[in-house]
Design a protein around this ligand. Structure first.
Ligand code: SAH
Length: 198
């Protein structure tokens, strides 16, 4: 497929219809998805088996797939996953989708890409995702809030991970939940590239 067609597939990829606050359902903005998959691809990390943990409506998985990755998306919420499945079928995207909790994954991958729950609604949710990612893959590309940097870095270190790079950026969160007070809230976030030493 040519680059323009590919980009359009990502640009038009679906957002959550009725995002669930308790699952922290925020779709990654398309331009950020593109940055992540380009960075991962330029290091050769989309060449093997790739997993998207908590894939939601599938944005990151779709981004990786259009760079040619063999990707599996894992998501707890059946409704969000159905949105991903429908879109990928309609557009002939070859992506595997699995409905279930990331806690239960027991398959190995070369790379994990993820925008996990930040742990704001369900404390510890970010830890569950990081721990699983470090256990099942060698390379991890993951997004977290800047304010949790100290915590994340200690957690990665004590779970046999090594932070190879970090990139700070603004993550725009549109008004999408009942408790949001602004039209758009800009959160400082960090994209980490982590190598698992396990
Ligand atoms: N990765 C998507 C969605 C990010 S929001 C994107 O970048 O656009 C985080 C997602 O993790 C939500 O879709 C939520 O339903 C899912 N999630 C939360 N806890 C989960 C768990 N334990 N197992 C699997 N998915 C989970």
């Amino acid at each position: 497929m040519d680059q323009k067609v590919n980009y359009k597939l990502l640009k038009n990829s679906p957002d959550f219809e009725n995002p669930k606050p308790e699952l922290e359902q925020y779709a990654t903005p398309v331009d950020i998805v593109l940055e992540i998959v380009k960075k991962a691809n330029s290091r050769g990390h989309l060449a093997g088996k790739v997993a998207d943990l908590g894939c939601g409506t599938g944005r990151l998985a779709i981004g990786a797939a259009i760079q040619g990755a063999d990707v599996t998306g894992f998501e707890l919420d059946r409704k969000a996953l159905n949105t991903a499945i429908q879109y990928s079928k309609k557009n002939n995207l070859d992506i595997k989708w699995v409905c279930g909790a990331v806690e239960n994954i027991d398959e190995d991958f070369d790379t994990v890409i993820m925008n996990p729950p930040f742990g704001a609604q369900r404390p510890g949710a970010d830890r569950i995702f990081l721990k699983k990612a470090l256990g099942i893959s060698e390379q991890i590309w993951t997004i977290h809030m800047s304010e949790t940097r100290n915590f994340i870095e200690k957690f990665v270190d004590s779970n046999a991970g090594k932070i190879e790079s970090r990139y700070e950026f603004d993550f725009a969160i549109p008004r999408s939940m009942p408790f949001h007070t602004e039209d758009t809230a800009n959160q400082k976030a960090i994209l980490y590239h982590i190598a698992s030493l396990q």
